[in-house]
Design a protein around this ligand. Structure first.
Ligand SMILES: CC(C)(COP(=O)(O)OP(=O)(O)OC[C@H]1O[C@@H](n2cnc3c(N)ncnc32)[C@H](O)[C@@H]1OP(=O)(O)O)[C@@H](O)C(=O)NCCC(=O)NCCS
Length: 167
């Protein structure tokens, strides 16, 4: 497998990004979304990332195909949360476990560390997700708590774990 290239997303990447996320939306409990995001919603998310130095939308490209992405956005909307961001990272299902997530995370953390206004990054992980937990811990995220049965999808309640990393 060739090494992925990590770069800022462009609007033309959005259909490939949407295809990845749609898989997790419709077939897994990894995301609590149950409805497929529309192209307009993806464009709005993409445009919003340009308004804050800690908000990024990066893709991993291999053999000219987008095989994963990571985005950071506001952790919560209220202004005092401005220096905290939440990340979402998703790879194409046949790409997991091969280091592409690590390449995305390394690039993202470098950018967050360069942005003086970012102090904390959060990952909110729907359980169970052994790979995501191992991945985030490997990148320095610390478990700060788990909400029990906060989600309900596919007919069952789901716990959600909060992971935090200083920037
Ligand atoms: C979570 C995800 C982004 C991680 O990216 P990845 O490319 O699969 O992870 P990597 O190959 O970089 O592995 C990172 C670490 O996880 C651990 N790991 C790898 N494979 C593992 C496995 N099968 N089980 C447990 N831990 C594993 C290793 O500690 C590895 O560290 P290393 O760099 O020292 O080897 C990716 O698997 C993914 O998109 N999963 C599905 C969607 C998802 O769960 N997203 C996160 C939502 S919170």
């Amino acid at each position: 497998m060739s090494t992925p290239t990590i770069r800022d997303a462009v609007a033309d990447d959005l259909p490939a990004v949407a295809a990845i996320y749609t898989h997790y939306t419709l077939r897994t409990t990894t995301t609590f979304n149950t409805e497929v995001r529309t192209p307009r919603e993806w464009h709005e998310r993409f445009s919003a990332h340009r308004r804050h130095p800690g908000h990024h939308f990066l893709v991993a490209e291999r053999d000219r195909a987008v095989v994963g992405y990571v985005e950071t956005q506001a952790f919560r909307p209220k202004p005092a949360y401005r220096r905290s961001v939440e990340l979402s990272i998703y790879l194409a299902p046949d790409t997991t476990g091969g280091g592409v997530g690590g390449a995305l995370m390394e690039d993202l953390l470098g950018r967050l560390e360069a942005a003086e206004e970012v102090h904390r990054v959060y990952a909110i992980i729907a359980l169970p997700n052994e790979l995501s937990v191992a991945f985030h811990e490997r990148w320095g995220f610390v478990h700060r708590g788990t909400l029990s049965e906060a989600g309900y999808k596919f007919g069952r309640y789901l716990d959600v774990a909060y992971y935090e990393r200083p920037v």
